[in-house]
Structures are given as structure tokens and as C-alpha cells.
Design a protein around this ligand. Structure first.
Ligand SMILES: [Zn+2]
Length: 308
């Protein structure tokens, strides 16, 4: 591992351990002080720990080179791990929503949560702010998107803790323990929302979606810039981890040699790689000028894109 990677891994572990400490503290204090909102906040932090751990461990799998069984490499391991995480978060959120709603609907007389609930929430806010600053600093130092994303995630957590704190303060001021259940329910809805977003996001990768139409234009322009290559169509772009697989059809003069046609393809490949970063592989299918597909074929052609 190079120095840069070492700093990233070390900073990730600082994030994991810091989060774990705060999460355990919140769940523990939430239970003994009887605050559902604080428990909910703790569960939300716990899901972040799982996220960071998954990132750290799948990073190793993703780096394995392609082989006979996995010719496209291991980079989608990340998508699979994140999909599993979405289910964990959805499950935790649903459990929490059910228990807080039940508590609220049953209208059971609850005691006011202890003051400890307020203290631990304040500690959590300060702790998360410090952690977020640390992750952002190391993220900028190493230019790691993962650490920067970690920092943003932690800033979101601070927002959750601030709303829990607000809920607790009103619970005490108005002497209405039921407000604590309401805050807990709101946080559980937030957790469900995050879980659902992650679920949908991973669907895009698993279903080979391309959410950036600008990439098609880059491919069309790359083909147009190569002499002898024309009519780019049936362009298909999909993602494997952070890399792109590109496949397309082009037309060349039907009477040139295969050697010449191959040279044109190599140039098209070079141009595509020049305009799109992180290309894993490019597949080009050649047709003689004027060739028409008899059957309906999928893929994107210039006329499929909306005018901009
Ligand atoms: Zn074609």
C-alpha cells in the first residue's frame, strides 16, 4: 500500500471507531434514560459504521484482477455490499418506526427521559463535528472522495442529533414525554428514506443504467473526430464500479482492408479514452457505409438524445 492509501485507511478507521463510540454511548444512554429519540439517533450512527466497514473491506476485494471466472473484475462487489447495506438500514428503520408508532398510539404513560439523554446528545453533536472536520481535512489532503463523503455524511448526522436535541428540550419544557416518541418516529422515517435512496442508487449500477447522457455525446464526438469513421450508433455505456464499459457500432468504407478498418477502430478507442475518464473496455462493431439493421436494435444513436 502506498502512503496515500495508508492515510486514507487510517482516517477511515478513525471515523469507524469515533462513530462506534458515539453510537454505543447513544444507544446505551438512550436505553437507561428511556429516550426513544436518542436510541434512534444511535441506530442511525450504527448504520454509518456498517457503511464504513463495508467500504474498507470491499476495497480489498475490488482490487483483485479479472480472471477466468470474473472477466469483468471484482469492482461490482461494492454495489453488492451497498445493496446489502440498504436492507440493513431499511430493516433498522422499519423496526424503529413500528416501535415508536406503537408507543405513541398505545398512549402508555411514559416517564420523562432522564437529563442524561440531553447530555449525550450534546456530546454526540460536538464529537461528530470534530470527526467530520478530521475526515474532511484528510480527505482534502489525499483527494479521497470516500473520506469527503464520510465527512458529508457526518455533517448530516449532526443535523439529526440537533433535531433530537430540540425534541428533547421541548419534551422537558412542555413536560410531554410523548414528544420524545414523535421525534424518534421522525428520525426513523429519515433512516427509512436513506435506506430507500441507497437501494434505488444501487439499482442503477446493477441494471446497467447510464445516468449521464453527456457521455453519449462524448462518444459521438470522438467518432466524428476520427477520419474514416462515421455514423456512430447503438452506443451502450454501463458502469462497473467506477469504470465504464463502452460498446458501439460505427461505419467505415466497405472496400477498405481489415487492416485499415482496425486502425480506424484503434483511433476511435484512443479518442473515447481521451474524452471519458476511467474506461474499462471499449467494443467497436464495424459496418460498411449505408448498412441498415434489419431488426430493431438497442443502444443510443445521436437522434435518440434530446436537443440541448
Ligand atoms: Zn449498426
Amino acid at each position: 500500500m502506498d502512503n496515500q492509501a495508508k492515510i486514507i485507511v487510517k482516517a477511515s478507521w478513525v471515523g469507524v471507531l469515533g462513530n462506534a463510540l458515539l453510537s454505543l454511548l447513544k444507544i446505551f444512554i438512550g436505553i437507561i434514560s428511556g429516550s426513544l429519540a436518542v436510541i434512534a439517533d444511535g441506530i442511525d450512527s450504527a448504520s454509518d459504521i456498517v457503511t464504513s466497514l463495508i467500504t474498507l473491506f470491499t476495497a480489498r476485494i475490488m482490487m483483485r484482477p479479472p480472471n477466468i471466472r470474473y472477466p469483468y473484475g471484482y469492482m461490482k462487489a461494492d454495489t453488492i455490499a451497498t445493496k446489502a447495506l440498504a436492507f440493513v438500514i431499511l430493516f433498522a428503520g422499519a423496526q424503529l418506526a413500528i416501535s415508536t408508532a406503537r408507543n405513541f398510539l398505545a398512549g402508555t404513560e411514559r416517564d420523562l427521559p432522564g437529563m442524561l439523554a440531553i447530555y449525550v446528545t450534546i456530546i454526540s453533536i460536538i464529537g461528530k463535528l470534530l470527526l467530520a472536520r478530521h475526515q474532511l481535512y484528510k480527505g482534502k489532503q489525499t483527494n479521497s472522495e470516500m473520506l469527503k463523503a464520510n465527512a458529508r455524511n457526518m455533517q448530516n448526522d449532526v443535523l439529526i442529533s440537533v433535531s433530537v436535541l430540540t425534541g428533547l428540550v421541548f419534551t422537558f419544557l412542555l413536560d410531554t414525554p410523548v414528544l420524545d416518541s414523535v421525534t424518534g418516529f421522525v428520525v426513523s422515517i429519515w433512516i427509512l428514506k436513506v435506506g430507500f435512496q441507497i437501494f434505488m442508487q444501487t439499482n442503477l449500477d446493477l441494471m446497467d443504467a447510464n445516468t449521464d447522457p453527456g457521455l453519449y455525446n462524448k462518444v459521438f464526438r470522438a467518432v466524428e473526430s476520427v477520419e474514416g469513421a462515421a455514423n456512430p450508433h447503438r452506443v451502450r455505456i454501463r458502469k462497473i464500479g467506477n469504470y465504464y464499459m463502452v460498446a458501439l457500432d460505427i461505419e467505415v468504407d466497405g472496400d477498405i482492408s481489415s487492416r485499415h478498418a482496425h486502425e480506424i477502430c484503434v483511433k476511435v478507442e484512443e479518442e473515447v479514452r481521451r474524452s471519458i475518464e476511467n474506461v474499462f473496455d471499449i467494443m467497436i462493431h464495424i459496418e460498411p457505409t449505408g448498412f441498415e439493421h434489419k431488426e430493431k436494435v438497442y443502444g443510443v444513436s445521436p437522434e435518440d438524445l434530446p436537443d440541448d
